[in-house]
Design a protein around this ligand. Structure first.
Ligand SMILES: Nc1ncnc2c1ncn2[C@@H]1O[C@H](COP(=O)(O)OP(=O)(O)O)[C@@H](O)[C@H]1O
Ligand SMILES: [Mg+2]
Length: 413
């Protein structure tokens, strides 16, 4: 490392290099490198990078910015070699990619790239990424060590409520979205709320709130080891100024690309920055269902009064019991519950609960077609149907959650 020290005394030591087919294809990168480093950077092609990295002067490099686009498909082997070589030498690799598919991106990150920025570079993105590179890896890997941001340092981590549909279409996402919105609107002292769509493949939170699915979500989920607060917060979208949302990614993600560690980091990061975290879960039990269950204060299992829900509930209960998971966190919710006057329906609900040896903690009424209209228009129910019976019930739950959060905060203060 002596050459790094020697270098820093020279007039314009090379502190970073771009590596690409031809840097002229990335003129925004040239501008941003100049802004960030002045004259202290160079540009390399892939073959010249392989040679340069083995020279002693390469030891002084702070990072290399590997820029690729869709014409680089045939160069992937040498790009991989450059990334592996740099990371073996302890030189950080920033990946800048235009139109790179998620699988290829993921592979390059796994090979040792530390961070990723899409091209064309968003304003300030290179600067932010370079700042992130400069942080020690361990510190940024641990969400709990991040500054709390919106929450005071002595406050407890935010509370986590997950919603899991026990049969497709049972209303989990509708509950997650409207619950999050109602909590965020529960008065002047409303808790801060973050909604995470972890239904990675078919997530519909973005549809129900009319938000775009962005590439950034994929970058975040496949890069959680280097995620810091800014990276996380910049990936969230804001709905009507009050609700922060992590939508599902733009592309369908292979579920096994995301590990329990990834999910844990994301939830911890959300909890350390928000009072309340609401999670929309996929209907299947995945590797990281347990992770969410362990993080959750309550885990709502959405059911309907039908055989599918009953059988899936039974499967879920068995699976959780076999693994000795915290079954007591599960709260069974009966959606489209029978009306007060529907005596036979109520008797059926009672029998179903008895046969599963569970209790319904919550009964949500049918909210008519208004619910589907609200979802299709990308709006929470409160924005178009104030008197909706489903909304009234969700609002009660939201108020109890918001009150509990305020009490927690007072206790911690
Ligand atoms: N209580 C309800 N009353 C009326 N419609 C509902 C109710 N709950 C859900 N829906 C509708 O059912 C459909 C599926 O709901 P969704 O929340 O996407 O289910 P899931 O996330 O469990 O798959 C949506 O069109 C939604 O508008
Ligand atoms: Mg859903």
């Amino acid at each position: 490392m002596s050459s790094a020290n020697a270098n820093s005394k020279l007039p314009a030591p090379i502190r970073a290099c771009t590596v690409s087919r031809d840097v002229q294809n990335f003129d925004l990168l040239i501008e941003d490198m100049e802004l960030e480093l002045g004259e202290s950077w160079g540009d390399l092609t892939f073959p010249s990078a392989m040679k340069y990295l083995d020279q002693p002067e390469a030891r002084g490099l702070e990072f290399i910015a590997v820029a690729i686009d869709d014409d680089d498909e045939s160069n992937i082997p040498i790009i991989e070699a450059v990334i592996q070589r740099a990371s073996a030498l302890g030189i950080r690799v920033l990946l800048i990619a235009e139109e790179l598919g998620p699988i290829a991106l993921h592979r390059l990150l796994r090979l040792g790239a530390s961070d990723f920025v899409p091209y064309p570079l968003p304003e300030g993105a290179l600067h932010d990424a370079v700042q992130r590179l400069r942080q020690p890896v361990m510190g940024s890997a641990l969400g709990a060590q991040q500054p709390r941001g919106m929450m005071a340092p002595n406050q407890p981590l935010g509370a986590v409520y997950a919603v899991h549909p026990l049969a497709g279409g049972s209303g989990a996402t509708t509950l997650a979205v409207n619950l999050a919105w109602e909590i965020a609107n529960s008065g002047k002292t409303a808790p801060s709320v973050c909604l995470l769509d972890l239904d990675l493949q078919t997530g519909s939170v973005s549809t129900y709130l009319d938000l775009a699915r962005t590439e950034k979500v994929y970058e975040l989920l496949s890069n959680t080891a280097v995620m810091d607060r800014d990276f996380f917060m910049n990936t969230l979208q804001t709905f009507n100024e009050k609700l922060k949302v992590l939508t599902a990614a733009a592309d369908m993600l292979p579920l096994d690309l995301i590990t329990p560690d990834d999910i844990e980091r994301v939830i911890k990061m959300a909890r350390s920055n928000f009072d309340i975290v609401i999670i929309d879960m996929p209907g299947t039990v995945v590797q990281w269902t347990e992770t969410v269950l362990n993080e959750a204060d309550a885990y709502y299992a959405m059911m309907e009064l039908d055989m599918r829900s009953a059988q899936n509930a039974l499967r879920l209960i068995r699976a959780l019991k076999a693994e000795a998971l915290p079954l007591e966190k599960i709260q069974y919710v009966l959606n489209r519950a029978p009306k007060f006057t529907d005596l036979s329906g109520k008797a059926r609900a009672k029998r179903m609960a008895e046969s599963l040896d569970i209790e319904f903690e919550l009964m949500l009424p049918d909210g008519t077609l208004q619910v589907t209209h609200a979802n299709d228009h990308g709006l929470p129910l409160a924005e178009i149907a104030q008197k909706n019976p489903l909304l009234k019930e969700i609002r009660k739950l939201a108020l109890s959650i918001a009150t509990a959060a305020r009490d927690d905060n007072r206790a911690a203060a």
